[in-house]
Design a protein around this ligand. Structure first.
Ligand code: PA5
Length: 434
């Protein structure tokens, strides 16, 4: 179990000596992370979280997950940003994008937008179904999940009555007093608390992510095991050993050379939501005061047929970070059949596995893009599993913190997000006064 950075696709763009020059900055970033941990109101609880997770916190999650699995045909997860992306990413990556067609309870994510038609569709899917709800909001006051929770609280109370609804509502929220926590305490809902020193986008290994994952039948102990291993492996501040530092150094080096956009790319569509989680992690942590690398998810080969042209010939501001799974072979995978008449000229691929064809597409793309002057970083994981997910999450969280400090920004706040909220509430309140 590991995440290894492979530099073959960047050697033409970044010299080893340049990375050596970056090492002191990466070391300083680790020092800043350790110093932040000493402060009372720090936001770096995620850093030592893996070693603190034990049966006291996990058994409670497993018990509620079991109860939800027994009670519900449909499980509604309400949350936005860091309060839903990690769980959805894990379910799609470790189960499948088609989870809801293959498993129960079906899991729907709401409260991550304010579209009336999106909400209506999910409400109508819930008709005549047994429902449980997990509302997740650290602040307990974000508009999108708060509105969606009103709708589902109304639905559950109308369908089951208050007493039964209470057994079907699970609340994950911050420790600090907030409206959601007040309501949950008053109504007697089951409450999971998010530690004060873990921010939304770093909270996937808390009940925020672990409860929905457990409901989906994901082995959360294995996730924690993977994160613990990453925690231990990434203690070193030797850049050659610690690839979370190395990744941060390459990103910063490329940024200094004018590469301001990072495409997170994979040839596995199941990575779509994982990349949305990465996008939030890096964009909200780094994009401050005119700094930051803009992260964009890309699923290949699908997106090669849309953005591939741009990347190949106009990618001077880009670099790509590929997440490659070493072993994607599956004993049930499709093997190309030989046709009697070679109507599509593909008989040369007869007996080839889809995993081999997909791998060649990856290698061909990296070769083409590097020739088109786009640096390609490769983060390699051995296989797709719970342990690797836990490892990868922790690896990226640590890289992101190091990289942000190297850029000279505080990774753990997001002052810019308030601007749209202020203006939206001004408009909403103005409308009320009209
Ligand atoms: O990283 C963050 O802090 C944010 O993206 C939050 O996760 C997001 O805004 C949701 O906030 P809350 O959980 O308070 O509803």
């Amino acid at each position: 179990m590991a995440v290894k950075l492979k530099a073959d696709g960047i050697i033409d763009f970044v010299q080893e000596s340049e990375i050596e020059l970056m090492e002191p900055q990466a070391k300083l970033a680790i020092q800043l992370l350790k110093e932040a941990e000493q402060k009372d109101d720090n936001m770096v609880g995620w850093h030592t979280l893996p070693k603190k997770l034990n049966s006291n916190n996990i058994d409670e999650i497993l018990e509620s997950a079991e109860c939800i699995r027994k009670l519900a045909d449909v499980f509604i997860v309400i949350g936005v940003g860091g309060s839903y992306l990690g769980a959805r990413a894990a379910i799609e990556l470790l189960k499948s994008q088609f989870y809801n067609y293959e498993h129960t309870p079906q899991i729907y994510f709401v409260g991550n937008n304010m579209s009336p038609s999106y909400l209506n569709h999910i409400l109508s899917i819930c008709k005549n179904k047994e429902i449980c709800v997990n509302v997740i909001s650290k602040s307990g006051g974000t508009l999108e999940p708060t509105l969606a929770f009103r709708a589902f609280k109304n639905l559950l109370e109308a369908k089951y009555g208050k007493a039964e609804a209470k057994k079907r509502i699970f609340v994950t929220t911050g420790i600090k007093k907030n409206n959601l926590l007040n309501l949950a305490e008053k109504e007697g809902y089951k409450i999971f608390k998010i530690p004060a020193n873990i921010g939304g986008r770093f909270s996937v290994l808390t009940p925020v992510g672990l409860l929905p994952m457990a409901v989906a039948g994901i082995d959360i102990w294995q996730i924690i095991f993977g994160a613990k291993k990453a925690f231990e492996d990434l203690q070193s501040d030797d850049i050659a050993e610690n690839h979370s530092m190395l990744y941060a150094a390459y990103r910063n080096c490329l940024y200094k050379k004018g590469r301001r956009i990072e495409l997170f790319a994979s040839f596995e569509p199941d990575f779509e939501f994982f990349f949305k989680w990465c996008q939030q992690l890096f964009a909200e942590s780094e994009g401050k005061s005119g700094n930051g690398i803009f992260p964009v998810p890309a699923i290949y080969s699908t997106d090669l047929h849309s953005i591939g042209q741009f990347v190949q010939e106009s990618g001077q501001a880009l670099f790509e970070t590929f997440i490659d799974i070493e072993n994607t072979e599956d004993e049930n995978e499709y093997v190309v059949k030989k046709e009697l008449v070679d109507y599509d000229n593909l008989n040369f691929l007869a007996d080839e596995k889809m995993s081999c064809i997909n791998k060649m597409a990856l290698l061909g793309t990296i070769s083409a893009h590097t020739k088109g002057r786009v640096p390609c970083i490769m983060l390699n994981i051995p296989r797709k599993s719970e342990q690797e997910y836990g490892y990868l999450v922790y690896f990226l969280e640590k890289s992101c913190a190091i990289s942000s400090y190297m850029l000279g920004v505080n990774p753990f706040n997001q002052p810019g997000v308030e601007e749209y909220k202020t203006r939206m509430f001004e408009l909403l309140r103005g409308k009320q006064e009209e």
